[in-house]
Design a protein around this ligand. Sequence first.
Ligand code: AMP
Ligand code: ZN
Length: 464
Amino acid sequence: MGLKLYNTFTRKVESFQPIDNNKVRLYSCGPTIYDFAHIGNFRAFIFIDLLKRILKFSGYEVNHVMNITDVDDRIIKKCGVENISISELTPQYLDAFYEDMYILGIEPAEYYPLATEHITDMIKLIEKLVGRKHAYITNEGSVFFDITSFVDYGKLSKISADSLKQTDRVSSDEYEKENPTDFALWKAWKPEDGDVGWNSPWGRGRPGWHIECSAMSMKYLGEYFDIHCGGTDLMFPHHENEIAQSVGATGNEFVNIWLHCEHLLVNNTKMSKSLGNYYTLKDLLEKGFAPETLRYFLLTTHYRQKINLTFEHLDAAASSVERLRDFSRRLELLAGESKGKTYAYVEENFLKVMNEDLNISAGLAVIFNWIRGMNRYLDSNSLSSELAGEALILLKRFDMILNVIFEEGIVLNQKDSDLIKEREVARQNKHWTRADEIREYFLKKNITLEDTAKGTVVKRNIKQ
Ligand code: AMP
Ligand code: ZN
């Protein structure tokens, strides 16, 4: 049986089938780089990592785009306070974000488009919306989406039709709003914006936050793509507005499956910057928790359940990782040549439960039950070296998903596998420049290619 996922749009668990053969086009809302991300943000990103790894494990090719919001109200405000420009503020937080993703063993997306590099795409999209009478221009030179022009407005978040009568306008990027309102696509320049602004058919200004995701997702993935992810807080109004903008502009369907992950809580309250109840990754590393512990902790609660962060829970995660590693060490000591598939049924059982909307708790139960049984054989010295070898291969396969046991838990996409092959050929033909270029490309993704007699070994660079 194939993968089933809970589609927020239909509120149903549905069979997943990519639009285009075995290629999955996936978009997720990325960070706003006005500060360091907190560990709650990484819950959302680790959920996407799990989804991607399961898709790849099942043989799909994944093209993942995650936007980087590098212009919005919060960024402009901070630039004002610190009296610096956007380009002086954001790069450090972008670097920190990439580094945290790497430390947490999260596979990079194929593209990380920056909002400020896609202003023209956004302007074009807004022009289409104006042309199709979904948007109107104000006297000051702002452009607003008219939600009453889009009959399906509210379908994702199930906002009642009654409240749609309200047609207030919001221009703020803050999204805790409960009421549906016309929202800004383009915001006319104000003195508080300082030197932030771009020319447009409506005068100088800047895009609203929602339009960037419609413009960049469709630019890189096409008008209709497979999966769109984000935290539940983004469902309304951000994702509702994305649907209105994209469907309004193209007249086509936009997204096949919407997935939303629940929040990370602290003392049963959502972890957030504004409440001040947050930890960054660095905070928790400084408290002595290993990256793998944090990854395991964030990965192993079902994505539609809230997780409460406590140090007891982190200690429990550390013990689980240790149990997995103990088992790997015992196998490594014994493992010999192996060709059989004695434990294929364990992998099948694992995939079967993971296919049920990524049921990670059931998946881990399959793994740990198997380990318990195997440890009994190891205790009584009755595991052959061949079977230990087979078990080690399976454990490595599981780590392609968990990525907390071995160093080399990397699943490559088709493009990267092809590049590795191309580099091997280049090396054979002594085309060193091309070989080095490809090696550099991987280094940027924190992956080292090691040349051995048996071919290229792909290694994730050493964790902290
Ligand atoms: P932001 O940088 O605030 O735009 O958020 C980036 C991503 O992190 C979004 O997908 C949010 O839904 C998600 N997010 C923010 N806070 C939390 C939290 N406490 N738990 C889980 N995800 C969160
Ligand atoms: Zn978005």
